[in-house]
Ligand binder design. Structure first.
Ligand code: FES
Ligand code: FES
Length: 188
C-alpha cells in the first residue's frame, strides 16, 4: 500500500518551509533529511537521551517523538536558530564554549535548546535548579559538572543581554491558546 503524502508548511527558525512528507515522518528526520538542519542530533530515537530536543513555541520537545505534520502551525526552533542576530554564537552557546560544557558535542544541541527554554522561564537559577533542568538530557562524556557551570554562566550572559537569550523568532500565535499537542509530544 502506498503511504499517503502530506504537504505541510513548517515554521523553522523563523523561515517557512513547505515539505511533502508521509504522515509518520518524524520531526527529527524531517529537520535533518528534508530541511538539511543536521544540528538536531538523533541518538536513542525513543525519547530518552534528549539530543533531538527542539523548541516548539519556545517549549522543549523531543523531535524523535512527534511527527513532522504535528509541527505545522507551531514555531520550531532548532539549535541553528540559537545563533545571535549576527550569526555568531548566542549566549547559551557561548557559555557552553566558555565553560567547556561539551566534549564530543553529540548531546550538545539538545542541552542548548533545553537550557534556552529553561532560562526563559527561570533567568536566575540556583545550581540545584540548573541540575534539575538538565536532568532529562544524557551526556556520555562530560560528567555534567561543566554543563552545570555553563547553565549558570548562560544565565549571567542572558540576563546581561536579555534580547539575545530569547529563542529565535517566536510564533505570531504565541500567547493565543495552544492547539492540542501532538501524540508523543513530550518535554522530557
Ligand atoms: S533521539 Fe533520544 S530522545 Fe530523541
Ligand atoms: S559531550 Fe559527548 S555525549 Fe555529551
Amino acid at each position: 500500500m502506498t503511504e499517503e503524502i502530506h504537504e505541510v508548511t513548517l515554521d523553522v527558525n523563523g523561515t517557512a518551509h513547505t515539505v511533502a512528507v508521509p504522515g509518520r515522518r518524524l520531526l527529527s528526520d524531517c529537520l535533518r533529511h528534508d530541511l538539511g538542519l543536521t544540528g538536531t542530533h538523533v541518538g536513542c530515537e525513543h525519547g530518552v537521551c534528549g539530543c533531538c530536543t527542539v523548541l516548539l513555541d519556545g517549549r522543549p520537545v523531543r523531535s524523535c517523538l512527534m511527527f513532522a505534520v504535528g509541527a505545522a502551525g507551531h514555531a520550531v526552533t532548532t539549535v541553528e536558530g540559537l545563533a545571535d542576530a549576527g550569526g555568531g554564537l548566542g549566549p547559551v552557546q557561548r557559555a557552553f564554549a566558555e565553560c567547556h560544557g561539551l566534549q564530543c558535542g553529540f548531546c550538545t544541541p539538545g542541552f542548548l535548546t533545553t537550557v534556552t527554554a529553561f532560562l526563559a522561564e527561570n533567568p536566575d537559577p540556583t545550581e540545584a535548579e540548573a541540575v534539575e533542568a538538565i536532568s532529562g538530557n544524557l551526556c556520555r562524556c562530560t560528567g555534567y559538572q561543566n554543563i552545570v557551570k555553563a547553565v549558570l554562566r548562560a544565565a549571567e550572559l542572558t540576563r546581561a543581554a536579555p534580547d539575545e537569550g530569547a529563542p529565535a523568532p517566536l510564533h505570531a500565535e504565541q500567547g493565543a491558546p495552544r492547539p492540542e499537542p501532538s501524540a508523543g509530544e513530550g518535554a522530557r
